[in-house]
Design a protein around this ligand. Structure first.
Ligand SMILES: O=C(O)C(=O)C[C@H](O)[C@H](O)COP(=O)(O)O
Length: 218
């Protein structure tokens, strides 16, 4: 497990687009539209038959896009994501088999937690970067602020119910490294091939100011 690598990836964008893709032929234009808008990281969820193919296509054709596999809910999904070329793995929660299997792969895992106990269990296993899921339903901004005091060494990537109306509230919290959101490239935009709107939303995200400072500043 390489946590520095994961931190570098999660620092690529304030908002990581979380994607459900239903036609692999949309994968490359989608990734190109995001790059055009200034976003160079994407999470393709394994919720559709073509998701692994989409990961493969993007890795092959858009080399400056960092590609993660999401909804990696079992060991088989880890193996298949690695084989497709995924550079990181994301899961909504964790199981012991998932954590055990993740140890044998060089690409990092962003595991999910929704409570202090789950986050502390993950910290025991060496994880200090955790997906907070489902963010809005599990307490949102108030919950994350409450966790910052007792768990100062954990940084979260909240996901679930986050969009352009609440990005900023999350991104100013000190224990939030970035957020995940399907809003940047939702299913409708992808299925209608509305790449200009994907690029426009990506630009909106790229211009966000966060507690880490405006993008491109150190
Ligand atoms: O598929 C997974 O692995 C998940 O954990 C769920 C996703 O992160 C959310 O579905 C994204 O949330 P929305 O931005 O509210 O659409």
């Amino acid at each position: 497990m390489n946590l520095d690598e994961l931190e570098n990836y999660l620092s690529l964008s304030a908002v990581i687009p979380v994607i459900v893709i239903e036609d692999a032929e949309n994968a490359v234009p989608l990734a190109a539209a995001l790059i055009e808008g200034g976003i160079s990281i994407i999470e393709i969820t394994l919720r559709s038959d073509c998701a692994l193919n989409a990961i493969e296509q993007i890795r092959k054709n858009i080399p400056n896009m960092c590609v993660g596999a999401g909804t990696v809910n079992n060991v088989d999904a880890i193996e298949k994501s690695v084989a497709a070329g995924a550079q990181f793995l994301v899961c909504p929660g964790v199981t012991k088999p998932l954590l055990d299997a993740a140890k044998y792969h060089s690409i990092p895992l962003l595991p999910g937690a929704a409570t202090p106990t789950e986050a502390m269990q993950l910290q025991l296993q060496g994880y200090n970067l955790i997906k907070f899921f489902p963010a809005e339903a599990a307490g949102g901004v108030d919950m994350l602020k409450s966790l910052a005091g007792p768990l100062p060494d954990i940084k979260f990537c909240p996901t679930g119910g986050i969009n352009n109306s609440n990005f900023n509230q999350y991104l100013t919290i000190k224990n939030v490294i970035c957020v995940g959101s399907s809003w940047v490239a939702d299913k409708d935009l992808i299925n209608t091939k509305n790449w200009p709107e994907v690029t426009r939303r990506a630009r909106e995200v790229s211009n966000l100011t966060t507690h880490r400072g405006p993008k491109n500043e150190t």
